[in-house]
Design a protein around this ligand. Structure first.
Ligand SMILES: Nc1nc2c(ncn2[C@@H]2O[C@H](COP(=O)(O)OP(=O)(O)OP(=O)(O)O)[C@@H](O)[C@H]2O)c(=O)[nH]1
Ligand SMILES: [Mg+2]
Length: 413
């Protein structure tokens, strides 16, 4: 992957994309090497994620506020060592914030790499929370559905919220816990020794017992497995993504190479018309195209090998099309043009044929390289035949004529 990042044949935009994936992989490798388990707090803004992590850590490390959107980026804190593994608490920005898409993406990324997710809610689970939960909850993660701010609810209300959440998340494998990370101060009237009364504000202790014990239970049961499972799944997902982008990228680059050579051939032929039968032989451009395509597939053919390949392809094409190659095609390309014949038109029709011939050669060579420089079980004849059959001749000729005609007109004016 590191090599790909330096490969200049790969467009910069794709390399930038690969770079992001690369740094994600690096982070995951680091996580594995350091034997870390990530506990990620995730949820809507202001549900109390940072407060929960502070209560677990036993110190005010993550910034909290009654205002929405206090946490602006993902932030880790090494919490403690368990069975030679470092447990890391990870705070994330809240979701569902106005114009907070970038922050939400950060939070989702952290959740993707997390092993234990504290999915924090502070009321009945909403439909957007449910969508996010479905997105995050993969079988290799332990998900705790954490109802925070339990001090604000009566027991009966909590039971109702729990029942509703259970219904909505029945298809998922989640743990349910309630907690109060930072309960609201309570004002009470207290009688003093003189028989008078006075107002007193008390800050109740938080209630983190259920959450802590759920986390310990998960860590004991499946801590190591969780982290290894997550890392390997993540790696295979990235591998697949990279493989897919490379295939797509090669296809795009190959199409660009083929079309550029087709146009060069088309214009060349239109300006210096050659007998139709000689079209396949005007092969300099095709050889150059084959060499560039081979480079794209990591083979780098020299001129003589590229010529040999061009000759093989052209021989098969000539055999396939036989004597009708020129006559049939010429009349078919002329039919695609609605106006009467003129010199420019005839020239452009011939050019279009040159374009088409090079297009076929390019597509056949591309397929040959994509198959690992092999014709496949049935040899070149079948591959050539299949590709000719697959391509829509008339639309290629039409596109070629239009492009060539356009360029010729531009030259004249
Ligand atoms: N009543 C009550 N309030 C709480 C509790 N936990 C947190 N809060 C309050 O909820 C508000 C938001 O808390 P934060 O921890 O900043 O919430 P957050 O989810 O990290 O918020 P963002 O970072 O903005 O997404 C603060 O005013 C906290 O004091 C709780 O258990 N009970
Ligand atoms: Mg926060």
């Amino acid at each position: 992957m590191r090599q790909l990042l330096k490969d200049e044949k790969i467009p910069a935009s794709v390399r930038a994309q690969l770079k992001t994936q690369y740094s994600e992989v690096q982070r995951m490798i680091e996580k594995l090497e350091k034997q870390q388990i990530h506990i990620v707090a995730f949820g809507k803004v202001s549900t109390g994620k940072s407060s929960i992590l502070n209560a677990l850590a036993g110190k005010h490390y993550f910034s909290t506020s009654p205002l929405h959107g206090e946490t602006k980026r993902t932030q880790p804190l090494d919490w403690q060592q368990v069975q030679q593994q470092t447990i890391v608490l990870i705070d994330t920005p809240g979701t569902d914030e106005f114009e907070g898409e970038a922050r939400e993406a950060m939070a989702k990324q952290a959740a993707k790499q997390g092993d234990i997710i504290l999915f924090v809610i502070d009321g009945d689970i909403s439909s957007s929370e449910l969508i996010q939960l479905n997105h995050i909850a993969t079988p290799e993660k332990a998900i705790l559905l954490v109802l925070n701010k339990s001090d604000l609810y009566q027991d009966l209300d909590i039971e109702k919220i729990k029942a509703s959440a259970a219904k909505k998340t029945a298809h998922l494998n989640t743990y349910w816990v309630t907690c109060a990370a930072d309960p609201k101060p309570v004002t009470m009237i207290v009688k003093d020794a003189q028989g008078g009364s006075q107002q007193q504000t008390i800050k109740p202790d938080g209630d983190m017992v259920a959450l802590k014990s759920a986390i310990w239970h998960i860590l004991e049961q499946e801590g190591k497995t969780l982290s290894v499972l997550n890392a390997s799944l993540f790696a295979s997902e990235v591998n697949q993504q990279v493989a897919e982008s490379i295939v797509q990228l090669r296809k795009n680059a190959a199409t660009k190479i083929i079309k550029t050579h087709c146009l060069a051939k088309g214009i060349g032929v239109a300006c210096n018309p050659v007998p139709v039968a000689d079209l396949l032989l005007a092969a300099g451009i095709d050889v150059n195209m084959i060499r560039q395509l081979s480079g794209l597939y990591g083979l780098q053919l020299n001129k003589s090998d590229a010529t040999k390949l061009a000759v093989t392809i052209m021989t098969q094409l000539a055999l396939l099309m036989g004597a009708v190659w020129g006559v049939n095609l010429l009349s078919s390309v002329l039919k695609t043009l609605s106006v009467g014949l003129s010199t420019t038109l005839t020239a452009s029709a011939q050019g279009a044929l040159g374009y088409y011939a090079t297009y076929l050669v390019g597509k056949i060579a591309e397929q040959y390289f994509a198959q690992g420089n092999q014709w496949g079980n049935n040899g070149p004849k079948v591959l050539v035949k299949n590709i000719v059959k697959k391509l829509d001749r008339n639309s290629i000729l039409q596109e070629a004529s239009e492009q060539i005609l356009g360029l010729l007109k531009k030259r004249k004016s």
